[in-house]
Structures are given as structure tokens and as C-alpha cells.
Design a protein around this ligand. Structure first.
Ligand code: SAM
Length: 229
């Protein structure tokens, strides 16, 4: 088994088992511990930034969107609420089932959003905008590059990505974390150099239009919007 397949199987199994329970809670509104609360707040900031960008453009109704690695629907649901048409998919069946249940419960009209259990490497079709948030952290940069290349081929106008940036400070924090693997040990987390991700986007014909960074104590996510001229 090569590393890419290996990472993917581990990630899929994780998000169908302990990872599902952990992340469903983090991406929810029930009781969580302090670290999870911090991650919840940080992740919500990332979601709010992306929803804010799309709303600011004022044309959400007319766009076709693809949310690759949609998790429990944290991004797709607010976008559907705003009237966007979204195809949302995730490698984990459990995450998708939860996303569907949340859509039925929280949306007045859930017909705008279509869900599928599918890994992002096998997605097909064309979308005005493809978005992939907090997924690349599960893969080394060479695999992330292949994923971004594929997502770029589905995006007519825009690709929005978020990832954990590789900076000296965060690398040190991660190393300290690895000395104390707690009971909630998760899958491996891979950080990526911003310049590498920008280069991959540029090689696919995208220009960086907007950037943001979410940093809380335990959650770091660089958000990049690449646009095709
Ligand atoms: N994007 C969502 C969000 O920001 O709320 C979920 C982020 S969660 C940290 C990562 C998600 O990526 C999980 O739901 C996991 O199942 C999914 N995932 C991981 N590898 C994937 C792949 N190769 N294709 C599709 N989904 C994947």
C-alpha cells in the first residue's frame, strides 16, 4: 500500500468511527472540553470568513458550488440557507449522514443541497466554485498537490482552500503536542507551506484574490481564494 492510499484509508476509517464522534461534537453546540471549544470557535471563524466572502460578492443565488470534504455540513448548510445550490460530498458515510440530518432539521428548504459519500479525488462535473476546508491537513503535501490539481479541474472560476500553515512556531507547537499524545490522539496532522499551496494554485491557472488566517490557541487555518482570470 502506498502512503497516499494508507493515509486515505486511515482518515476514512477514523471519520467513520472515533473521529466521527469527536468532530460531530466539535462541530455542534453541545458540551465539549476547553480545547475542543477553542477548535469549535476557530473553525466557525473559518466558515464565517468564507460565507462572508461569498455573500459579499452578491451573486450566491446564481452560483454552482462544490463543498469537497463537507464533514457535517458546517459550510454547506449556511450557504444553502443563503440560496446557493451546492453539491456536498465526503469520504465518510457517517459524516454525510449527519450532514443530511442537520440539513433536514435546520434548513427550511433542503432541496438546494445534494449530498454524496465520495472521496474528492473521484469527483466529476464542473462548478463555478469549489471549496475544500480543513481537509488537506490529513495528507502530506505531495498528495495534497494531487488533490488540489483534481479540484482545480472541477472549478470553472474559483477554488477556495484552507490548510494548516507550516510555520516555525506551529511546527514547534506540534512537536510539543507529539510528546504528550493525550487520549484524544487523532490522525496525523500535516502542515503545508503557504508558498507551496500558492504555487500549486498558480500552476493550475489561479490567481490569489483573497486571503485570511484563523488562529485561536489550538486551531490554525490559512484560507486562500484562487480565481481564474
Ligand atoms: N470541511 C468540513 C468543515 O470544515 O466543516 C470538514 C472538515 S474535517 C476536519 C475533514 C473532513 O474531510 C472529514 O469529514 C473527512 O471525512 C473528510 N475527508 C478526508 N479525506 C477526504 C477525501 N480524500 N475526500 C473527501 N473527504 C475527505
Amino acid at each position: 500500500m502506498n502512503t497516499a492510499t494508507d493515509d486515505k484509508t486511515i482518515v476514512k476509517d477514523y471519520f467513520n468511527a472515533t473521529g466521527f464522534d469527536r468532530w460531530r461534537r466539535i462541530y455542534g453546540d453541545g458540551e465539549v472540553n476547553k480545547v475542543q471549544k477553542d477548535i469549535r470557535v476557530g473553525h466557525q471563524q473559518t466558515i464565517d470568513t468564507v460565507v462572508g466572502w461569498l455573500k459579499a460578492d452578491g451573486n450566491l443565488h446564481s452560483l454552482s458550488l462544490c463543498d469537497a470534504g463537507c464533514g457535517v455540513g458546517s459550510l454547506s448548510l449556511p450557504l444553502a440557507q443563503e440560496g446557493a445550490k451546492i453539491f456536498a460530498s465526503d469520504i465518510s458515510e457517517k459524516m454525510v449522514t449527519e450532514a443530511k440530518e442537520r440539513a433536514q432539521k435546520d434548513l427550511k428548504d433542503a432541496s438546494n443541497v445534494t449530498f454524496a459519500v465520495q472521496d474528492l479525488e473521484s469527483l466529476t462535473g464542473q462548478y463555478n466554485t469549489v471549496i475544500c476546508l480543513d481537509v488537506l491537513i490529513h495528507y502530506p503535501t505531495e498528495d495534497a498537490a494531487k488533490m488540489i490539481n483534481h479540484l482545480a479541474s472541477l472549478a470553472e472560476k474559483r477554488l477556495i482552500l484552507s490548510f494548516a500553515p507550516k510555520t516555525l512556531c506551529l511546527t514547534l507547537l506540534k512537536k510539543i503536542g507529539e510528546f504528550f499524545p493525550g487520549p484524544s490522539k487523532t490522525t496525523r496532522a500535516y502542515q503545508h507551506k503557504e508558498k507551496d499551496i500558492i504555487e500549486i494554485l498558480e500552476n493550475n491557472g489561479f490567481t490569489i484574490q483573497r486571503k485570511d488566517m484563523t488562529s485561536t490557541r489550538f486551531y490554525y487555518s490559512r484560507i486562500l481564494e484562487g480565481v481564474k482570470e
